[in-house]
Design a protein around this ligand. Structure first.
Ligand SMILES: Cc1ncc(COP(=O)(O)O)c(C=O)c1O
Length: 391
């Protein structure tokens, strides 16, 4: 029986599987079982940020000698080494790391800490945002995600465009002093790489401070260089109270997430069973995360410059292409969104590009691209040429 038919029979999914059956990956290329080669401009959606099968990261993981598992209550040196490194790289308020298995769990912990700290129950999030798949994270995401059950939390939604006006509306709402946390991505990868204005963040940050609202910046997608800086909040001089991480944290080699928060907030989690996570920071995952961080640190200048230059280059090249409809671009570094008036046009391009050998992701009224941060010009041009043929 074909894999796709076995998949349909035994794997639970929200929709039909993609027809590409992955056999191998290398750098920015993906190879299917049928031997077809694809240029990958999505990289597992912000996961394989350092190229698939990255030799530097892989070598370190292959030399790992154990232990098999460490219980959450025990001590483990690589945990403290990793937490110390994160602390040295993150915005300065953030001192403590909480271990998690992925992005959704990171956001869950962040929401929980904000509620415990403020003793409030309400949230503010971006309209049609996405922060994970659990019931809590869905209830602060798009109302569309929560329509199958009664929301646990009430969330006031921020309406784009993310400018001074929308920030002022949020600031007014925060004056009631009943909101536990405001959560958002710094560059909204889940909404076509939307980039908020500096004014927006200045007003929001100040209003959160004044109203005792916890500012949670969700960098599950943008963390580890996606926008040309280690964390996207650096572009906006943000000092969040909590930062959530996942996806590229191990370059795709192992599942893991992390939550960084201030000392003050972490104290609010000091009650019994506030937090456990059996597989949070599994030793193999931490080995991959340490290897990923050292790859990032050793190549930081190159990765950040390449991300910014390739981002500009890709958008510049696309702006000279013959799209059937005027495209709108939104991007920072290699988080790139292209949108159109006609919603279906983006979907058609994604499908056609796949046929031609380029992987894109459907995004807000168009498509998004999240190429590897170390992608070279020849591969970018190869991908763009396929895109040109797919319009
Ligand atoms: C911004 C953001 N937060 C949280 C998540 C959830 O992460 P995970 O799928 O690892 O649970 C995602 C996943 O796409 C995300 O984009």
């Amino acid at each position: 029986m074909k894999t796709i038919n076995i998949d349909k029979k035994y794997i639970g999914r929200d929709s039909e599987p993609d027809e590409i059956e992955v056999a191998q990956q290398k750098g920015s290329y993906l190879y299917s079982r049928r031997g077809k080669k694809y240029v990958d401009f999505v990289m597992g959606w912000c996961v394989g940020s350092f190229g698939w099968d990255n030799e530097n990261i892989k070598k370190k993981i292959q030399n790992f000698k154990g232990p098999d598992y460490v219980s959450p209550h025990q001590l483990y040196k690589p945990w403290v080494e990793y937490a110390r490194e994160l602390e040295s790289l993150a915005p300065k308020k953030l001192k403590k790391s909480f271990r998690s298995t992925g992005g959704t769990e990171s956001v869950e912990i962040a929401l929980q800490a904000a509620m415990s700290f403020t003793e409030r129950q309400k949230f503010i999030s971006l309209e049609d945002g996405y922060h994970g798949d659990s019931i809590c994270t869905r209830s602060i995401g798009s109302p569309e995600y929560g329509k199958w059950y009664k929301n646990h939390f009430s969330a006031y939604r921020i309406k784009p465009p993310l400018d001074e006006k929308s920030a002022e509306r949020v600031a007014l709402r925060l004056k009631k002093r009943d909101i536990a946390a405001l959560i958002m991505e710094p560059v909204i990868c889940n909404r076509g790489a939307m980039v908020p204005s500096q004014n927006f963040f200045d007003i929001i940050q100040e209003a959160c401070k004044k109203s005792g609202t916890v500012l949670i910046i969700d960098e599950v997608a943008t963390g580890f260089g996606r926008t040309g800086k280690m964390f996207a909040c650096e572009h906006f001089h943000l000092q969040p109270d909590i930062l959530t991480l996942g996806k590229a944290i191990t370059g795709g080699f192992a599942p893991m997430g992390a939550v960084l928060m201030s000392d003050e907030l972490s104290q609010a989690m000091r009650y019994e069973t506030s937090y456990y996570s059996t597989y949070g920071w599994h030793p193999r995952s931490v080995e991959a995360a340490l290897a990923t961080l050292s790859y990032y640190s050793e190549n930081r200048d190159f990765l950040e410059t390449n991300t910014q230059e390739m981002g500009h280059y890709i958008v510049d090249q696309m702006s000279q292409m013959d799209f059937k409809e005027e495209p709108r671009f939104s991007y920072l570094g290699l988080a790139i969104g292209v949108s159109f008036e006609d919603e279906d046009y983006g979907e058609k391009i994604v499908d056609k590009a796949k046929e031609e050998g380029l992987i894109l992701s459907e995004g807000e009224q168009g498509f998004t691209m999240f190429p590897a941060l170390n992608i070279d010009l020849a591969t970018v041009d190869e991908g763009l040429e396929i895109l040109r043929r797919s319009l």
